[in-house]
Write a protein of this length. Structure first.
Lengths: 214, 309
């Protein structure tokens, strides 16, 4: 959860924002996020040297694959996949999508990893024109990791299930706390409400009851 | 030489290490906060409201941010009173003072939850959440009708020998009247305020922001409303008051004490920082030191009148 300095944030906006760590290394955490409202706009305009409040890591994360894997990222969801792409062995296939070239965040970083990389954009400004899931052809037994718009993740799950592959997705939701007390971030599943913050954010997509909608 | 400040106080016969508790619904059952907070350093916690049976709550979206606050319609999702006693209570550190919050949809069920908690040694006091819609009274909150509120307090008073606080709804015309009703029916104390009824709209989708429509507004946005109500209730009754509403700092908490609250609860700010309650307690101590107040109890109701203008 990334928020304003405690002295500022106690008034407005009040709540910190749930964020994936894009990249973490010695002494630094890097966040990549999309400006979607007033809170993220204020964060995007932080001056160098601004003090921020960070609470984390919270919840689970992607488990590294034990075999072949394909990573599917859409828009700001790409930010959740960089470290997984960097650390997975064997090197995974990585599929990135967005509306335009500008939405393919971190493209240069992914290119440097030496992974099998493909891109799709809605307007064809980079890579194949169309949806990132048009590039997805899961192999039986592999693990598909997806983070992006709900429809993208549901499509990834459907393709994975049809091919006999597992699919893990990282969900996002509005939340106030991030540690299981506000109960604002629940998702409805066949097994009842699950908290994105502490039960997730990563879920086995087969547990989310998406089959009927895919 | 630094002044030693005595932060200890007492609320309805319950000794508190300091006057800061965590509000019901904002600290889970306590154990969720244990990774971030030394719980025993708090005055105590009021655990999430309990019903007879487990309850799943509303379908999302059920929270949304507002100016300096948030709106929620969780609808009191909880594990049920038996699982609380069996699984949640034993997980808490022995020195933590635990209040249980009770919530139901009918009078006899409220009383039954109180009865189940009555013999549980670990529960220091009960707090009745009176903001629930009363099914048989057509959905009005128990705490919105003085006659219904009186029946509720009477039924629960009969069901428990434990200290009984009533958490008042702010969605009323006269908070003083509701406070007097509770005192008259034998309540040992009052907690106020619960969330203020509100509504937010997503204009782009032309929908209410919450699926439930109405929600409860909390956070710093409601602090002046809460202070006003504590101020009025404190002048209407002699039983102690626990002040709640948007407390973010020690100075916020001191404002409630000055208006007549014996203790306070930190709620929504715990979401933004799990250590908020402890920081409020340190803030009260710092205030006392700065102003030469030796005992935090001396602040209760110690608001000075304005000189003639």
């Amino acid at each position: 959860m990334l928020g304003l300095d405690p002295e500022l944030r106690r008034r407005d906006p009040l709540l910190p924002r749930p964020m994936a760590v894009y990249r973490g290394d010695a002494g630094a955490l890097e966040f990549r996020f999309k400006v979607v409202g007033r809170g993220t706009r204020m964060m995007a305009e932080f001056a160098a040297g601004t003090t921020v409040a960070v609470l984390g890591p919270l919840g689970n994360g992607f488990a590294l694959p034990d075999g072949p894997a394909t990573l599917v990222g859409g828009g700001s969801g790409i930010a959740s996949l960089f470290e997984l792409a960097r650390d997975s062995r064997p090197r995974p296939r990585v599929l990135l999508g967005g509306r335009t070239r500008a939405e393919i965040l971190g493209l240069e970083d992914f290119e440097k990893l030496g992974v099998d990389l493909a891109v799709a954009t809605d307007d064809g400004s980079l890579g194949q024109r169309g949806l990132v899931t048009d590039l997805l052809a899961p192999r039986a037994g592999e693990t598909v990791y997806a983070c992006g718009p709900l429809a993208m993740m549901q499509r990834a799950q459907a393709l994975a299930a049809a091919a006999g592959a597992r699919c893990h997705v990282s969900l996002e939701n509005n939340m106030a706390c991030g540690f299981g007390v506000c109960l604002g971030c629940v998702v409805k599943t066949p097994a009842g409400f699950r908290l994105v913050c502490t039960h997730g954010p990563v879920f086995d997509a087969a547990t989310l009851g998406w089959e009927a909608r895919a | 030489m630094t002044l030693h400040v005595d932060l200890a106080t007492e609320l309805c016969g319950v000794a508190l290490r300091n006057p800061v508790l965590l509000a019901s619904g904002t600290c889970g059952y306590g154990s969720e906060l244990a990774p971030f907070v030394d719980l025993e350093q708090l005055g105590g916690i009021v655990a999430k409201s309990l019903t007879l049976e487990p309850r799943a709550g509303n379908v999302p979206p059920r929270i949304t941010e507002t100016a300096a606050g948030m709106l929620n319609a969780i609808s009191l999702e909880n594990v049920g009173v038996e699982a609380f006693i069996r699984e949640k209570l034993p997980a808490l550190p022995a020195a933590l003072t635990v209040f249980a919050s009770v919530f139901e949809t009918e009078l006899d069920r409220y009383a039954e939850v109180c009865k189940r908690l009555d013999g549980v040694e670990r529960v220091a006091a009960l707090e009745l959440n009176a903001s629930c819609p009363h099914v048989k009274a057509g959905g009005i909150e128990f705490g919105q009708d003085p006659r219904v509120l009186a029946e509720l307090v009477r039924a629960c008073r009969r069901a428990t020998t434990r200290p009984l606080l009533v958490k008042l709804s702010p969605n009323v015309t006269s908070i003083a009247e509701m406070a007097r009703v509770c005192e008259g029916e034998g309540a040992d104390g009052l907690s106020l305020i619960n969330a203020v009824q509100g509504l937010m709209v997503d204009v782009h989708r032309r929908r209410t922001a919450l699926r439930n429509g109405l929600g409860g507004l909390s956070g710093p946005a409601i602090l002046p409303i809460a202070l006003r109500m504590v101020f009025q209730a404190a002048r209407a009754v002699r039983i102690p008051i626990c002040g709640i509403g948007g407390i973010a700092t020690g100075e916020d908490a001191v404002a409630f004490l000055l208006c007549g609250a014996t203790a306070v609860q930190v709620g929504t700010l715990t979401y933004t920082n799990p250590r908020a309650g402890l920081e409020v307690a340190s803030g009260i101590e710092a205030y006392c030191r700065e102003h030469g107040v030796a005992r935090v109890r001396d602040l209760v109701g110690a608001l000075e009148p304005w000189p003639p203008g």
